[in-house]
Design a protein around this ligand. Structure first.
Ligand code: ADP
Ligand code: ASP
Ligand code: MG
Length: 415
């Protein structure tokens, strides 16, 4: 008997028929003798629908109220799944984040999980009941409902698996695993049987939303056995999805690049003509950090005539706020010439642990983009990734040509 945590995403919970399907799958696992905890997302489209409803009422809704509202999506699906299971004779009980007591900090709309109380869950599991938990939500010390950021149900699933010391955490979605890139953009993308935790962390942080980054961080920290699978495969024809591994597989020749990730949610701000002197980066980015705006890529040009240009990227939703801070606080303070904001940029990245031992990946990437006439606006590298910022109109082209240039459409050689 194993303790399994399964998480079903929005598409998997998208219609009553699909919810009944999920119930049948959970029932099958249960009948094999496993203890089952199931984490669910809201029905697909529901979170977006609620958020746009809020915008119709107020252009800047309070984050606390957004959380109260948006958490209702998952409250509906937990109850529906419990009903569907009970209907086929399986004992099941639903819990909101607050009823479990998934304790988070109080940063509304992007809260972090601090602790999970497992008393209710353990009691139900011991009684042979399937426990259904609302993903994406928690509660702070004061009893306020919080949410974990878009895609946060993955994190609820992995965090529960970690807290319960589950044998495996299975993330069921609308693709049958992690691919070399988003199969919706590149149909030739290949499913990976396994991907290292480090690579998955990079892929997720660079925009592959198949797993929310925090879920991968949790899996790494608590060594949760994590698998991505499809909820759409028929009974008896299921594949084993993609396993996130903690060791590099020595039997296979490690491909140099394992995947191409991309992120459309990138806006670039440039401060033109700032004095080229120590402390300037701090004076520009200090006020941005104080406003809790996350900065992604940063570039400072070589100075000329005593001045330089300084660019950085933020999420598009934060661009206007960042621009205002630069205009009102930074520009007069440091004596910059002009602030330029561009929300038509995106980031494309190549990820692979094999890069460590293979020089020349960057030059191959830059050559491939140059051959297509794609201008690179910013570059950043780490041991296992290279990212470039390009005009968003080149996004799909860049992903496709890089996928091909690194032979990701070909199966890796066996040795
Ligand atoms: P869910 O609602 O189940 O959480 P998501 O839409 O959040 O599903 O994530 C699944 C989607 O992630 C897929 O439909 C796919 O388009 C996208 N995706 C992006 N990058 C990848 C990748 N490398 N491998 C697989 N899917 C990816
Ligand atoms: N329903 C939430 C969202 O759409 C959480 C999730 O699906 O993981 O972002
Ligand atoms: Mg998701």
């Amino acid at each position: 008997m194993a303790l399994i945590v399964q998480k079903y995403g929005g598409t998997s919970m998208g219609t009553p028929e699909r919810i009944r399907n999920v119930a049948r799958r959970v029932a099958r696992w249960k009948s094999q003798g496993h203890q089952m905890v199931v984490v669910v997302s809201a029905m697909s489209g529901e979170t977006n629908r609620l958020l746009s409803l809020a915008k119709e009422v107020s252009p800047a809704p309070a984050p606390r109220e957004l959380d109260v509202m948006v958490s209702t999506g998952e409250q509906v699906t937990i109850a529906l799944l419990a009903m569907a299971l009970q209907d086929i004779g399986v004992s099941a009980r639903s819990y909101t984040g607050s009823q479990v007591r998934i304790l988070t900090d109080n940063i509304h709309t992007k809260a972090r999980i601090l602790d999970i109380q497992d008393t209710n869950i353990r009691r139900d599991l011991d009684a042979g009941t399937v426990v259904i938990v609302a993903g994406f939500q928690g509660v702070d010390e004061q009893g306020n409902i919080t949410t974990l950021g878009r895609g946060g149900s993955d994190t609820s699933g992995v965090a529960l698996a970690a807290a319960l010391l589950a044998d495996e955490c299975q993330i069921y979605t609308d693709v049958d695993g992690v691919y070399t890139t988003d199969p919706r953009i590149v149909p030739e993308a290949r499913k990976l049987e396994r991907i290292t935790f480090e690579e998955m962390l990079e892929m997720a942080s660079l925009g592959s939303k198949v797993l929310q980054i925090r879920s991968v961080e949790f899996a790494g920290k608590y060594k949760v056995k994590l698998r991505v699978l499809s909820s759409f495969e028929e009974e008896g024809k299921e594949t084993s999805g993609t396993l996130i591994t903690f060791e590099e597989d020595r039997k296979m020749e490690q491909p140099i690049i394992s995947g191409i990730a991309f992120n459309r949610d990138e806006a670039k701000l440039t401060v033109l003509g700032v004095p080229d002197r120590p402390g300037i980066a701090y004076q520009i980015l200090g006020p941005i950090a104080e406003a809790s705006i996350d900065v992604d890529m940063i570039i400072q040009n070589v100075g000329h005539d005593g001045t330089t240009d300084f660019s950085f990227t933020v999420a598009r939703s934060e661009m206007e706020r960042a621009r205002k801070i630069l205009e009102d606080q930074v520009k007069p303070h440091v004596g910059a010439r002009q602030i330029v904001a561009d929300n038509k940029t995106c980031k494309v990245s190549a990820v692979g642990v094999g890069m460590r031992s293979h020089p020349g990946v960057a030059s191959q990437m830059f050559r491939t983009l140059a051959e297509e006439g794609i201008n690179i606006q910013m570059i950043s590298t780490s041991e296992i990734k290279i990212s470039v910022v390009v005009d968003e109109k080149y996004l799909e082209l860049a992903v496709r040509v890089l996928h091909k240039a690194f032979d990701l459409d070909q199966a890796p050689a066996q040795v």
